[in-house]
Write a protein that binds this ligand. Sequence first.
Ligand code: SF4
Ligand code: SF4
Length: 438
Amino acid sequence: MPAPLSLDRVRQNGVVGAGGAGFPTYQKLAGAAEVAILNAAECEPLLHKDKQLLERYGDEVLAGLRLAADRVGASRVVVAIKDKYVDLIAELRRKAAPLDIEVHLLGDFYPAGDEFVTVYEVTGRVIPPGGLPGHVGCVVTNVETALNLVRDVPVTHKYLSVAGAVPEPVTVRAPVGLAFGELLRGAGVDPAEVGSVLVGGVMMGRLMESFDEVVTRTTGALLCFPPGHSLPARYATPDPIKARIGRSACDQCSFCTEMCPRYLLGHPIEPHKAMRGLGFQNLGEGAMLGNAFCCECNLCSLYACPEDLFPMNACRDTKPAIRASGSAHPLKGQPTQPHSMRDYRRIPLKSLIQKLGLSGFRNVGPLREIDWRPRELRVPLAMHIGAPAVATVKVGQRVTAGDVLGAPPADALGVPVHAPVDAVVTAVGDAVVLSTTA
Ligand code: SF4
Ligand code: SF4
């Protein structure tokens, strides 16, 4: 068995949540929890890296989960995974049993991987509005994060899915700082033939702005679309237009609210009211406070709304004003009860794929090792939650793989960033630029 987890090493290695915004893991594991959950739901259409990692590195991932669970003192340790992965589940159960880890099967619905949903499915406990898994005695770890914990080396590379309109969907391990254009070429995709790219996921991702953007510690996928596909076009709609269309076209049918996974957990989030607020000066501050509890899963905009409006954006756009007001919804932090119809309103992934026009794309992709020989990497100093790292290297300095390029202020929440390869520093700004040919 590996040595017990040192939170200082977890911090120094730059381990952050690899499945979301990148919350520093040393901080997440600093408290106690009764239940440790590995979130292997990977519920976004077209993503397949967690499944690939579990197939290839299942022993290591489970060992990482065990380390995290022991660190927080968990008495129950659970892998939460979709029930459709039949072969993988049998193998996982065989490997997990000696480590006293359960395998919990989730239905194939979206968003099974939203950690509020995952925690409820596994434990029956509802995280309160605005709360964290720790408020109900849980800690949730991503598959790749567990792998990074057990490997105990600086996090310099990222696994990600390349899928959509590509010759062959794949999962690759790429150095942080690699340009998206180079990544796509390495994965067998000609950028000139790609219409648009969604970064991260089709539901919670964003439209790529340039092939010069780079891989970070939280990049989960590059999803390619042919010219004219309706999904990237929806992402490309300017925010003022989204709001203007919503003001004139929303008929207040409330489908967006009735299917909202957080509303169905009893949280006071009602996107149809956010839509109503677009035309009525936000209905006064009080009625909008529940928008703070929107997890931005996008189910309301991309599935529920029969008029293809943008209720997620209506919720999200009010969050800065809510934060600035200093006000909070009276149910923030309070226990809630799930809606009586919740179990009947889970959205099957198949229906979602059909609705989004993704049926022609394969929802699989093997893990392929690629011998990257990048001439240049641009390693961002701010790429996850916490204080940005401050560069600790100078132009002209030679670094070796794993060296620290920048570190956050000592007392701030944050983690250092490291060099993925042996190289020379050629520029320092928002990113540290590394050349392998200088
Ligand atoms: S945003 Fe769409 S789903 Fe929601 S109330 Fe309006 S029309 Fe109905
Ligand atoms: S994006 Fe829409 S469906 Fe998802 S939590 Fe927010 S309001 Fe609910």
